[in-house]
Design a protein around this ligand. Structure first.
Ligand code: FES
Length: 247
């Protein structure tokens, strides 16, 4: 039998966790305001690295971001409700501009990287003429971790950042919540029914257990005040604190 453990892959278990194989690097990143209108990622805790691990999908684990089996006693319903159609077939909004075209599929994780100095991704794409504004519009689109926003240049070529396969566990102290899993670099995501979702450079997976478009994040973690409790174990002296704690 072929051993798939060498290849980066995320397999979703029915009403259970994400099974990650292929030695995918795992980091914690903290969404941090930078200046008046920009955001950056700050490094969070150092997380253990492994060939194979399982990540919590129900939001109940006491050992976040890893699964500790609590989905069973919680009676977690992890039914996958997201469309499996490709991004280009799910676009709900297009913003044409003089140099760029912005595409939007509406799957928002509310990470807010689309807000930049001078406007949001939609405004910037519609007006971007000079180099600075074009750069700002591109940054506003490509830093969207959910992959909601995709931007094309005037030749119709998609502009994407180059990401190596990795998973980033997001924390969002400004919103007093823990965020989704930012899956980078084209890691295949296999549904619990065996189908594969479109492999993309940027997507966010729900880990609060409340998304209405499971397995993807739709920002319900903010409505539900989801806090994973990882802050309890952070070493604040090392600057690793995510700045939020479970109440
Ligand atoms: S983590 Fe965002 S909706 Fe669950």
């Amino acid at each position: 039998m072929r051993d798939n453990r060498n290849r980066p892959q995320i397999r979703i278990l029915k009403d259970g966790p994400y099974v990650v194989t292929g030695k995918v690097p795992l980091y914690e990143k903290i969404i941090t305001p930078h200046g008046k209108s920009n955001y950056v990622y700050r490094d969070g805790r150092e997380l253990p690295q492994a060939e194979f691990y399982t990540l919590c999908r129900c939001g109940k684990s006491k050992n976040p971001p890893f699964c500790d089996g609590r989905h069973v006693e919680a009676g977690f319903d992890g039914t996958e409700t997201a469309s499996k159609a490709n991004y280009m077939d799910r676009i709900v909004y297009r913003v044409p501009g003089p140099n760029l075209e912005l595409l939007d599929d509406g799957r928002c994780a509310f990470a807010r990287f689309c807000h930049r100095k001078g406007g949001d991704a939609w405004e910037l794409a519609s007006i971007a003429k000079d180099e600075d504004t074009v750069d700002e519009a591109i940054t506003a689109a490509i830093e969207c971790p959910a992959g909601r926003l995709v931007i094309k240049d005037k030749d119709g070529e998609i502009i994407e950042p180059e990401y190596e396969p990795a998973i980033e566990v997001l924390q969002d102290p400004q919103m007093k919540t823990s965020g989704p899993l930012f899956v980078k670099g084209g890691i295949p995501i296999i549904s619990s029914d065996g189908d594969t979702y479109e492999t993309r450079n940027r997507v966010t997976l729900c880990r609060c257990g409340h998304s209405k478009i499971m397995p993807f994040c739709d920002a319900q973690h903010i409505n539900k005040d989801f806090v994973d409790g990882a802050d309890d174990t952070n070493d604040k002296d090392k600057g690793g604190s995510n700045g939020i704690s479970k109440t």
